[in-house]
Design a protein around this ligand. Structure first.
Ligand code: SF4
Length: 361
């Protein structure tokens, strides 16, 4: 895997040439504005480009400048972020904007080390901002780039193992262009996402095929070498929609850190309940959760499933109306919200989908 200087120069040249001719026409390409590059990099973590592009424009529309974002309140930022998931990213966007606005007088820090100190900015994002906006020769090594490198050099270490990460990082550091680091990084990322794809890589179109060991040996899909897939826990949650005239009962998440300050519907975990569809069971649990003064009968509406990286959740959605004789003030953290105002409240994606559906019911 030792690279000689001639190989390094040749790979670099091919990546830069290919990028100048075939770069994807993404909306943030061509800008070196660190605010825009930072926004798109944070949005695109764990998000597909098509979906991320909409959010990129939505953010710029609501917060055209770093100052607008730094002075916004968290509920508004979460609302604009709604549906993207991983809400810590949105909270960190706000915190970082505030730090840059107050401590750096509104100017992005220009060293890799300073960028790394900002909330939500890890090595990948710091190197993307640093190389694209400030010409710092630091490689951006995401999953796509690691896949390209693992095939180029047939890296035998298991994907995501410490040795695999170390080797790919060292290779990328040797290969990066000192003169055009931003273009080199973007070229490698584009090759990884459009040509050297996980299945059916388009080797005939690849500017690196001359150097690629996996291509020469026909072993492209054997790399990177994967760990056995871990099974994720499967949970079952009953979600209660309680209506009172034109109002709906919401709760504000205060326990789960990653969902903090998002709104939700009253929910009980029924994973351990044997007969999940028994309405009596569910009614009793939801009534207990809400501690209502007059127990309600809950009607089953629909079920759906969401798969997350760390768990799968089956949602069972129930509905009821507050009984006339019941007291309206259900204790904290619940609150009544008029259905017509519900669009002002930020929800995680699953709850947002439920709200969307029940408005038609
Ligand atoms: S030649 Fe094929 S396997 Fe090798 S880097 Fe290019 S696309 Fe990937």
């Amino acid at each position: 895997m030792d690279l000689n200087l001639i190989q390094i120069k040749e790979i670099r040249k091919q990546v830069l040439r290919w990028y100048s001719q075939c770069a994807r026409p993404l909306p943030w390409r061509g800008t070196r504005d660190p605010y825009k590059i930072w926004l798109c990099e944070i949005i695109l973590q764990q998000t597909r480009i098509e979906q991320g592009t909409d959010y990129y424009f939505r953010f710029l529309e609501n917060f055209p400048t770093l100052q607008n974002l730094a002075l916004a309140d968290e509920t508004k930022v979460l609302k604009v972020w709604e549906g993207l998931g991983y809400y810590t990213r949105a909270r960190n966007l706000l915190k970082t904007a505030q730090i840059i606005y107050h401590q750096y007088k509104g100017h992005f820090p220009q060293t890799y080390e300073e960028l790394l100190e900002l909330p939500g900015i890890g090595p990948y994002t710091a190197s993307a901002i640093g190389s694209i906006c400030f010409n710092l020769p630091v490689p951006t090594v995401d999953g796509n780039v690691r896949r390209v490198l693992s095939r180029l050099f047939e890296i035998q270490d298991k994907l995501n193992s410490t040795s695999f990460c170390k080797k790919t990082q060292q290779l990328a550091e040797k290969m990066i262009s000192q003169k055009y680091p931003g273009n080199f990084n973007q070229g490698m990322m584009d090759i990884g996402s459009t040509i050297c794809t996980p299945t059916n890589p388009k080797c005939m179109e690849c500017p690196l095929k001359k150097f690629c060991l996996a291509y020469q040996h026909g072993t492209q899909t054997c790399f990177p070498i994967k760990e056995k897939i871990r099974s994720v826990p499967i949970l079952h949650w009953a979600v209660g929609i309680m209506m009172n005239k034109d109002e709906i009962l919401l709760t504000r998440e205060v326990t789960h850190n990653f969902l903090k300050n998002l709104y939700a519907l009253p929910t009980v975990d029924i994973t351990d309940i044997k007969i999940k569809h028994a309405p009596k069971n569910i009614s009793a649990l939801l009534n207990k959760k809400l501690n209502t003064s007059a127990p309600s009968e809950w009607e089953f509406l629909f079920q759906f499933t969401r798969k997350y990286s760390h768990r799968t959740i089956h949602f069972y959605v129930y509905k009821t109306r507050l009984k006339r004789c019941a007291k309206k003030n259900i204790s904290h953290p619940y609150q009544w919200v008029r259905l017509k105002d519900i669009h002002q409240y930020p929800f995680s994606r699953a709850y947002s989908e439920i709200i969307h559906k029940i408005r038609d019911i």
